[in-house]
Design a protein around this ligand. Structure first.
Ligand code: BG6
Length: 508
């Protein structure tokens, strides 16, 4: 695939805004692996204002210098060795500060409030605060209350929008009721335009490209419907196990961890109607319409539509790995699912009768996220034989981000034989530049006040609503919990889900 037009079509020039970025949970995994590396990279690319202050909050006995050392170690590990030898580290590290206190300690919040002006190199920055809550859901209410008490949530509006802003990480509730409760809490202290519910999948370059692919071109939209599309398959596969997140994962399982957010967001993006404007209100309005049109099934019918399973011991890339139940800090009789396969229908004029199959799991053979759009077969067998599912459009979200289209072609020779061939667009070949991490895009969007790539409250509720019968059926054990050996594509029941419809999962 050749790059024909190297000028960006969508303008992206943004002026950096001075602000103070406060990370609650700064000693945690997410901060080290994702948030601080992303902030460093956007600093390097000069997308962060030079007066930005980055403040870590955690229950640690660190001062600013100790925090800088911690961040240096994280960047060496997660950005790459030698990062802290770069000249940008020198300037970045001077913008790092630390506030060590327990989240129950009101004096800690007050001290933070009083110290903000001193940390910020610009007069505007202390008022333009972003609070990033990377904290367990149990302490959420407590932290919000303390922020309020200490005056940290007092709002102000300037040319760059309303401040402070709050970024909320997953899990966003455990079910519909708790999601509604959480929203009530948030809107008690912040208005919707100040709240950013993060789903990092939406910041992925290849997910954003789905909108450009569909609505920046004319040729696909006319076939993007039930007349031409047989079904879609959305896969979010990981080869990793539960890792260090045992405690949180045990409470969530794959349905809450991936399906409720990343998978349903991908589904909404691939199925939405064209928005009448490319802005956060119109794009999100179209997505929510999809979520609200997903067919609700009865609790008793869940086993026909959804399969849950848990990994047993097996091999990943030749290495033995333990069963989920034998992982560190996992209950030996745990019934948490690490795999979900399911079938959704979207009851709209465009999608009536088209199944959307989804699957996600840990300890599958490889890490891959992709959407396969499988087109119908030609109406007649003109060449005497069929090339089953000759037309598949694959959107590869990760790794090897790109898009492929397969079609039938005549094989060379005197007889008329058909083969399926493929046309590929690969980001890495076409653009020859690194694809940044989703968090880089999303953190800058928060600072710029652009909420298009964030979930709105009604989206979370709609996604939970779809899953209510599944959650209930699984709690009431109306559906079996299957097992699958690590390193396989899930239980046989997941294949049966498609087989009963005369279809099969695409090979990955
Ligand atoms: C997170 C989930 O949201 O996404 C994790 O909580 C999962 O369980 C991760 O591993 C996968 O993200 P990515 O970007 O690596 O696909």
């Amino acid at each position: 695939m050749t790059l024909l037009d190297d000028a960006p079509i969508l303008g992206g020039g943004r002026t950096p805004i001075p602000c103070t970025f406060v990370i609650f949970g700064a000693a945690g995994d997410l901060a080290k692996r994702k948030l601080l590396p992303a902030l460093y990279r956007v600093w390097q690319q000069k997308h962060l204002h030079r007066d930005t202050a980055i403040v870590g909050v955690a229950r640690r006995d660190w001062d600013d210098n100790a925090f800088r050392e911690e961040v240096a170690a994280a960047l060496e590990e997660f950005v790459g060795p030698g990062t802290t030898k770069q000249p940008e580290w020198e300037t970045f590290s001077r913008r790092l500060f630390f506030a060590g206190f327990d989240m129950t300690d009101q004096d800690g919040y007050k001290a933070l409030h009083d110290r903000l002006p001193e940390m910020s190199a610009s007069e505007d920055a202390p008022r333009r605060t972003v609070f990033y809550l990377s904290i367990p859901p149990e302490v959420f209410q407590l932290v919000l209350g303390q922020l309020d008490e200490s005056g940290l949530t007092d709002s102000t509006t300037d040319a760059c929008g309303k401040w402070p802003r709050i970024v909320v990480e997953k899990p966003f509730g455990r079910d519909l009721e708790s999601s509604i409760e959480l929203n009530k809490l948030l809107v008690g202290s912040f208005s919707e335009e100040q709240i950013y519910r993060i789903d990092h999948y939406l910041g992925k370059e290849s997910v954003q490209n789905m909108l450009v692919f569909r609505f920046g071109n004319t040729i696909y939209e006319s076939i993007w419907n039930r007349r031409y599309i047989d079904h879609m398959q959305i896969t979010v596969a990981e080869d990793l196990g539960v890792g260090t997140r045992a405690g949180t994962y045990e409470q969530m399982g794959a349905l809450r961890d991936i399906v409720q957010n990343h998978l349903i967001q991908l589904l909404a993006t691939v199925a939405m109607e064209p928005p009448s404007a490319f802005d956060s209100r119109h794009v999100r309005n179209e997505k929510i319409k999809v979520m609200e049109s997903i067919r609700k099934i009865n609790e008793e019918d869940v086993a026909e539509y959804f399969v849950r399973a848990q990994y047993t011991a097996g091999k990943i890339k030749g290495t033995d790995v333990p069963a989920y139940r034998d992982e560190d800090r996992i209950a030996p009789n745990s019934v948490t699912e690490t795999f979900v396969a399911g079938k959704f229908f979207i009851d709209t004029w465009r999608w009536s009768g088209v199944p959307f199959y989804i699957r996600t799991g840990k300890r599958l053979p490889k890490r891959i996220t992709q959407i396969d759009i499988v087109f119908k077969e030609p109406p007649m067998l003109l060449f005497g034989r069929r090339s089953p599912h000759a037309n598949v459009l694959t959107m590869r979200i990760q790794p090897d981000e790109g898009i492929s289209l397969s079609f039938a072609a005549k094989t060379p020779g005197i007889s008329l034989d058909l083969a399926t061939v493929q046309m590929d667009f690969l980001y890495s070949q076409a653009f020859r530049q690194d694809i940044g991490d989703a968090y880089e895009t999303l953190l800058l969007d928060v600072i710029q006040g652009d909420s298009m790539l964030f979930a709105r409250a009604d989206m979370h509720n709609a996604a939970w609503e779809v899953l209510v019968p599944v959650i209930r059926a699984w709690e009431d054990t109306l559906a079996p919990l299957y097992r699958y050996p690590s390193g396989t594509w899930g239980p046989e029941a997941a294949s049966d889900l498609l087989r009963q419809d005369g279809r099969e999962w695409r090979p990955l």
